[in-house]
Ligand binder design. Sequence first.
Ligand code: SF4
Length: 148
Amino acid sequence: MIKKENILISACFLDIQCRYDGKGSYLQYLDELMERYNLIPICPEIMGGLGIPRKPAERIRDKVMNISGQDVTKYFERGAKEALKIARLYNCKYAILKERSPSCGYGRIYDGTFSGILIEGNGVTADLFIHNGITVIGESHITKLLVP
Ligand code: SF4
């Protein structure tokens, strides 16, 4: 039997209700991905010590602030490190991460004003993964993993 490759995935894509608003997220092609890969779920915000539900947070340069103005950076950094441990443990070279999240977002994230404006940038976990050689793929590019 051919061993499937392990790939990390934002846990909310598996309908784990771990988002800040206590909901999960939809991912197209989930069945096809599960057939082809072992999907290893991570939720860096929960692994960093935050609860469900929690206040929405956005990244502002090196910090992450929640909507009440509290600095929650340490939780995001701790969660990123814990997620990296799992990536190494399972020898994951790819991570399917939720776009625009202050943890998981890759390429574009919210600008820190809580007004829905997107800017170039990555979430804290996506950044740490990239710096450690893990390729991050957002949901809008998921078909890259399904090429025959
Ligand atoms: S931290 Fe990542 S996995 Fe957790 S809810 Fe947010 S986007 Fe989903």
